[in-house]
Design a protein around this ligand. Structure first.
Ligand code: BTN
Length: 265
């Protein structure tokens, strides 16, 4: 599989030299963090066929069976302060829309902040994690992405069957996973090259791709549920929500789960 991925990369992507393939792993993000702490280079990419402990945002798990998805983590060393890359998850989500468009011929939407959706179905998720040096600067960032590629509707576990989809199930196509993985790497490489300089243009695209904007949303924090309207994305990638009393709340991705009023999207 590693050779097939490399064969499908654009020639301009140098990250192929530090691509690590795993038949099975607990979590590519967990392993990437370990490798980053041990000094792994910027642009090290881990891809797995199967994860036994795939992780999502807010402590959730990410279902990662063998043979049907791509589970990838890239180690970045952007040499900046954390405040300068608050938009990293948004940038990765836009990059993954580009990757899906290139590999499968359709562009998904983004459910703020980190879910790729098509129709009412979640087809991919992004999990970014940072490590810091002793001065509080970014030592490394791990950008993790899981894309459901080949599952058919009945393949998903009962508890996510109503919300999960794959590139194949939503488009009716046969999906070449190596092509998807190569498109993901290419897109992440391009994202990294313009991470700081291209922030404004990226946020413009994010706002365009984001299906949450303009919608009635529920903000879920533990037991507390509040309702409002999603207005905009600020320059850090936070969601601006107007509450019924007119107050506009800035919602950061780590804090709350945002759902549509009548379901997942
Ligand atoms: C989410 O849905 O909240 C994010 C899911 C992110 C899943 C990917 S799969 C590759 C990488 N390794 C993980 O354990 N998680 C990310």
């Amino acid at each position: 599989m590693k050779e097939q991925i490399i064969a499908r990369l654009r020639e301009s992507c140098p990250w192929q030299d530090s691509l690590l393939w795993f038949d099975s792993i607990d979590s590519t993000n967990t392993r990437a963090r370990e490798l980053a702490r041990l000094g792994a280079a910027h642009g090290t990419v881990l891809i797995a066929d199967h994860q036994t402990g795939g992780r999502g945002r807010m402590g959730r798990s990410f279902h990662s069976p063998s043979g049907v998805g791509i589970y990838m983590s890239a180690i970045l060393r952007p040499a900046c302060k954390p405040q300068e890359i608050m938009h990293l998850t948004c940038a990765a989500a836009v990059a993954m829309c580009d990757a899906v468009e290139n590999a499968a011929g359709f562009r998904p939407g983004i459910k703020w902040t980190n879910d790729l959706v098509f129709g009412q179905r979640k087809i991919a998720g992004v999990l970014t994690e940072l490590g810091f040096d002793s001065r509080g600067n970014v030592d490394f960032a791990v950008v993790g992405i899981g894309i459901n590629c080949c599952q058919q509707e009945g393949d998903f576990p009962e508890e996510i069957r109503n919300i999960a989809g794959s590139l194949s199930s939503v488009s009716g196509q046969v999906i070449d996973r190596a092509k998807v993985a190569a498109a993901m790497m290419d897109a992440l490489y391009r994202m990294d090259q313009s991470l700081l300089s291209g922030k404004e243009a990226m946020l413009h695209t994010y706002r365009h791709d984001c299906i949450t904007l303009g919608k009635a949303v529920s903000l879920v924090r533990g037991e507390e549920v509040r309702h409002g309207t999603a207005l905009d994305i600020d320059d850090d990638g936070a969601l601006l929500v107007r509450l019924p009393d007119g107050i506009i709340e800035t919602v950061n991705s780590g804090e709350v789960s945002v759902r549509g009023m009548y379901g997942y999207v």
